[in-house]
Every structure is written in structure tokens, then in C-alpha cells.
Ligand binder design. Structure first.
Ligand code: PLP
Length: 477
């Protein structure tokens, strides 16, 4: 038993008064139960796929859990382990191929427990220099994959949505700054592709900006030709309003990479910010077999990649990297009397406090589970894991091509496969998807492309085998 925990000053009897922050035999038992469950869950191979329940089912199974007296930790834990967790689909199940799954390493999840236990405030170098130092090393590795200069810096934010917004706020700041007052009351204009993620549109709305959506080509990419044409079609006045060009390196629906060199060239020509949304795809920068597809990323002013997607970290974690951290700092630093002290500190090698690099203030050191995993296993293990997922994707695409009842719609560039089940209606796709989930076999939801309902696999879990994927494919006959 750990001996230096805060023990209640009276005796050990809850009826003696306030108890919640003190340690006793009950909390000791609870600690054992929590750790035992956490370790069991981490090591389930595979975890049950599970599935959603309706509100009325949950009301019946769980009922109300918030009471004046409390349920007690063991009972609350039991409710979670037996009911609530079973109503959450396991994103790390090898046959979870919907959306963008997650597949954290065991070491990353174990360290997430350590991080929670440590409750580090990681907004400032003053309060968390050790954590920020390690996060920065992980960020430097990510930046180096994109051939960013060693002077680039970044921060871990909650996800791609937060990363895109923060980068675009920094871009707007620089555009207005360069405008020397001319654009202070002008709406910014963001140029992106019709294939870009919905979070770019959300950022546009949040910033009260305008957007030009370049029509993606037949393969779903933003081509140089279409981008140039879209910009050429703008009036001189609108061209001056462009605060950023946003390209995607790994679109969510199709997994394709925009013409990054053309986008970078256009941004340079216009003197505007170039942001790359690599939330899903830029993880593959560490895979030698596809590294060449990212040429042009080194031209960006900022890019993001989510370790909680294809870099094997737990939720929620997005690496946001800036070429010029000073712009980010000036765009995002919150000023308040009680915070001024943070600006007067030695900032180590950060150049800015993590809180100053994005649209946030308080933050957990969410990059640390990712850091711990990379520090533990080394970068070569990441290369290897990435290549495994790419290889399974290529083999699965080949199997689909060989099936007479299926049609591969696009040769996969990264790890997303989009294909048609010949003759199926949208209802049939949905029925098949529901059945696979109900049977605990797989979670694959339909998507649409060019207005047609089709199927999509996103393979980012190195434990997803070609046998499992074949099984799913065969069930479509
Ligand atoms: C390309 C891309 N950008 C942004 C996002 C949003 O990321 P998040 O869900 O972490 O906010 C996603 C999510 O799938 C994505 O694929």
C-alpha cells in the first residue's frame, strides 16, 4: 500500500466529515479495481466491438447515476465496465474500418494513465517545462518528417478541428499584419478544395471568413490547374483577401493527396499562408513507400497530423506545426494581468508557451503518450507499423479488384479504399453495415462519392490482418 497518500485527519470513518480527497481502505480497493480493469482493457486482443444502445435501453440498464449520496466507486466502475463501455464501439478493434479509426500502442495507453495521475498543467514552460520539453521532441520529429526547418515549433491540440482553426487564425493574423491596417475590417478569404475536411469549413464559419472551394479533379484531388483557375477567376480585390490556401494530404473520404507543390507555389506567388491538413494522412510521411507523395509539404507555413489517428496515440491529440512560431505566438497569446508572469519566464527551447500557440489556454500534456511511445519503440517501429497498414490496404484493394460483385473506384494512395458493391441500394449497404456490427464482426459504414452510396475502408491499425479484411469483403457477396 502506498503510504504517502493524504489520509483523513480524523480517523478513517466517512461519517467523520468531508472525505472525497482523502485516502482510505475503500479508495485503496477502488484503485486496485480501476487499475486491474484498465490493464485488462489494454490487453484485450481484440476488444469486443460492442455497439450503440438507444437512450431508453441505457435508461433501463443504467438509470440515474448522479445522486446526493454517491454510488460508491466500485458500483460506478461496475456500471461503466458492464454497461457504459459496452455501448461504445471499440475504435481500436482491428475490424473497425469506418471514419478514421485509432490504434494506440500499449505503451501510449499505459502512459496516458501516468499522465492522468500526474495532472500536469501543460500550458506554460513555467509550470511544466519537463513535459513541454518531451512534447517538443516529439513535435520536432514530426516536423523533421516534413523537412521543416529546425526553427519550426508546434503544440499538441485536441484534434484536427482545433489544429486547422488555430493555424488559420495565425494565417489571418499575418495577412492583417502584412496589410498594415488595410485589411483590419475586411473578411478573409480561404481557398481550399471541395475534398477538404468539414473542419476547414467550420473554421471558416468560426472566423467569419469566406471560402473558395476549388473543384476536386476526378481522383478527388485539388489539382494545380483547378487551383490556379479558381484563383484566376477571383477579382483583384478578392485575391487580396486570400489569407490562406489549405491543401489536404490525405483526404478523409478518399485518402488522396492534393497537389502540394502547386498549392505551395500559388501561396508563394500570392504571398499568402499555406496550410496543410494532414490530420489523417501526414502520418504516412514516416513510410518510405509513400513518402514521395508528400513532396511540397516542406513549403507549408503550417501543417497538422493527428497522433490519435494513424500515429498510434490515444485520443485526443493533434500535432500542429508552424514554420514561424513567432507568428503563432503573436496571434494566439492571451493577455491578462495574472498571466503576464508567464511571458517573463525563460521559455526553454519552446520560443512560446504551448498555450500561446493555439486557440486554447489550459491544456493537458496530451502529446506525452505519443512521445512515450516513440521514445520507447523508436521511429523505425513507426515506419514498420505504417508500412504494414499500407501493405494490407494494397492487398485488400487487389482482392476487391478480383471480385466480380465489387468495383474498386480508386486505386488507394494511402490507406483508404473506396469501392462499390454492384447492384446495391443505399438501404442494402446500411443493412449489411448494421448486420456486421450487430454480429460483432466489423464496423464499416457506407459513405458517398459523386452522389453515390459506396463503401469505404480506412486501415490504420497494424493489427488489422488481410484475413480479417478478406472476411469482411467476402461477406458482401
Ligand atoms: C483530413 C482531416 N482533417 C481534420 C479532421 C478532424 O480531426 P478531429 O476529428 O481530430 O478534429 C479529420 C478527421 O477525420 C480529417 O480526416
Amino acid at each position: 500500500m502506498v503510504t504517502n497518500l493524504p489520509v483523513h485527519p480524523s480517523s478513517g470513518n466517512e461519517s467523520d466529515g468531508y472525505w472525497m480527497h482523502y485516502h482510505d481502505q475503500d479508495s485503496e480497493k477502488l484503485a486496485d479495481a480501476v487499475i486491474e480493469y484498465a490493464l485488462d482493457r489494454i490487453r484485450l486482443d481484440p476488444p469486443p466491438l460492442d455497439g450503440p444502445k438507444t437512450l431508453s435501453q441505457l435508461q433501463q440498464l443504467v438509470g440515474n447515476t448522479i445522486t446526493p449520496e454517491g454510488l460508491g466507486g466500485l458500483r460506478a466502475l461496475e456500471i461503466f465496465t458492464t454497461q457504459l463501455s459496452r455501448a461504445c464501439i471499440s475504435v481500436d478493434h482491428p475490424s473497425f474500418l469506418s471514419f478514421v479509426p485509432g490504434a494506440p500502442t500499449e505503451s501510449a495507453v499505459l502512459f496516458d494513465l501516468v499522465l492522468s495521475a500526474s495532472n500536469i498543467y501543460a500550458g506554460s514552460w513555467l509550470e511544466s517545462s519537463g513535459a513541454v520539453y518531451a512534447e517538443n521532441q516529439a513535435l520536432q520529429w514530426v516536423a523533421s518528417l516534413a523537412n521543416f526547418p529546425t526553427t519550426s515549433r508546434g503544440v499538441f491540440v485536441s484534434g484536427g478541428t482545433a489544429g486547422n482553426l488555430s493555424a488559420l487564425i495565425a494565417a489571418r493574423w499575418r495577412w492583417r499584419q502584412n496589410g498594415q491596417g488595410k485589411f483590419d475590417a475586411v473578411r478573409p478569404l480561404i481557398v481550399t478544395s471541395s475534398g477538404s475536411h468539414s473542419s476547414v469549413g467550420l473554421a471558416v464559419n468560426a472566423m467569419d471568413a469566406d471560402v473558395v472551394k476549388v473543384v476536386a479533379d476526378k481522383q478527388g484531388r485539388m489539382s494545380g490547374v483547378n487551383l490556379r483557375a479558381a484563383i484566376a477567376n477571383l477579382s483583384d480585390q478578392d485575391r487580396k483577401r486570400i489569407s490562406a490556401i489549405v491543401a489536404t494530404s490525405g483526404t478523409t473520404n478518399l485518402g488522396v493527396i492534393d497537389d502540394l507543390v502547386a498549392a505551395g507555389d500559388q501561396a508563394r506567388e500570392l504571398g499568402t499562408w499555406f496550410h496543410i491538413d494532414g490530420a489523417y494522412g501526414a502520418a504516412a510521411l514516416c513510410a518510405p513507400s509513400v513518402r514521395h507523395l508528400f513532396v511540397g509539404i516542406e513549403m507549408a507555413d503550417s501543417f497538422i497530423v493527428d497522433p490519435h489517428k494513424w500515429l498510434f496515440g490515444p485520443f485526443d491529440c493533434c500535432a500542429l506545426i508552424y514554420r514561424d512560431p513567432d507568428t503563432a505566438r503573436r496571434a494566439h497569446t492571451q493577455r491578462a494581468e495574472y498571466l503576464e508572469v508567464l511571458q517573463q519566464q525563460d521559455l526553454g527551447d519552446s520560443l512560446a508557451n504551448p498555450a500561446d500557440m493555439a486557440h486554447h489556454l489550459s491544456r493537458r500534456a496530451r502529446g506525452l503518450p505519443f512521445w512515450f511511445s516513440v521514445a520507447t519503440h523508436g521511429t523505425e517501429a513507426y515506419e514498420e507499423a505504417m508500412e504494414i497498414t499500407l501493405q494490407v490496404t494494397r492487398e485488400a484493394a487487389q482482392i476487391i479488384k478480383n471480385m466480380s460483385f465489387l468495383e474498386l473506384l480508386l486505386e488507394p494512395e494511402l490507406s483508404i479504399i473506396v469501392f462499390r458493391r454492384n447492384g446495391w441500394t443505399p438501404q442494402q449497404y446500411q443493412q449489411w453495415s448494421d448486420k456486421m456490427l450487430n454480429e460483432g464482426r466489423a464496423f464499416v459504414v457506407p459513405t458517398t462519392w459523386n452522389g453515390e452510396t459506396v463503401l469505404r475502408f480506412c486501415i490504420i491499425n497494424p493489427r488489422t490482418t488481410i484475413e480479417e479484411v478478406s472476411d469482411i469483403i467476402n461477406s458482401l457477396e
